[in-house]
Design a protein around this ligand. Structure first.
Ligand SMILES: [Zn+2]
Length: 174
């Protein structure tokens, strides 16, 4: 069996973050009361999925940013880090102050912003992980004379020795 790629694991973790909350919502919408312990377990599983998706996503992005050095991806990675900090900061403050998260996020507007931020972060990290995976597998070296692309400098040097595009350009130049 093929080993799951990082984006697949990140998507599974994001699913783990969403699924228990959706389950609770659907059951409540159907008018069935949910036992408190079960509700708590659902929220705990969701939190584990959330943290796993963000941590795996950031690690994967950091790897690809370092290897491929693309500006767009670097900016997206920094935005993800800031978003993650803004989302996890209040939870840690709540723990330190002995309050619940709603108590730390004083106003309804902040609670809305935090909730939307969670959904955005999960959707964003999955999409970015997929994009980063595509970028990581793109050949990094291009021939300046033709459409050839390859993964290494030696391969490019080998191609350049035989490149018909280069020969015709240099033939015209001499
Ligand atoms: Zn070429």
């Amino acid at each position: 069996m093929q080993r799951p790629t990082s984006p697949t694991l990140i998507a599974l973790a994001a699913g783990l973050a969403h699924a228990p909350r959706m389950l609770v919502l659907f059951v409540e919408a159907a008018g069935t009361a949910i036992p408190t312990a079960f509700h708590g377990a659902c929220l705990a599983v969701s939190a584990v999925g959330f943290v796993a998706a963000l941590s795996l996503g950031n690690a994967h992005l950091a790897q690809v940013v370092f290897r491929c050095r693309r500006w767009g991806l670097t900016v997206a990675w920094v935005v993800t880090l800031l978003l993650e900090t803004l989302l996890l900061g209040p939870s840690i403050a709540a723990g330190l102050e002995g309050k619940d998260l709603g108590g730390v996020l004083g106003s309804p507007a902040l609670r809305w912003a935090w909730s939307l931020g969670v959904v955005l972060a999960l959707a964003g990290i999955v999409a970015l992980a997929m994009i980063a995976e595509q970028i990581a597998h793109e050949p990094r070296h291009r021939c300046p004379y033709c459409d050839w692309r390859g993964d290494s400098r030696p391969a490019l040097a080998g191609h350049l020795r035989a490149c018909p595009g280069r020969r015709s350009v240099e033939g015209l130049a001499s």
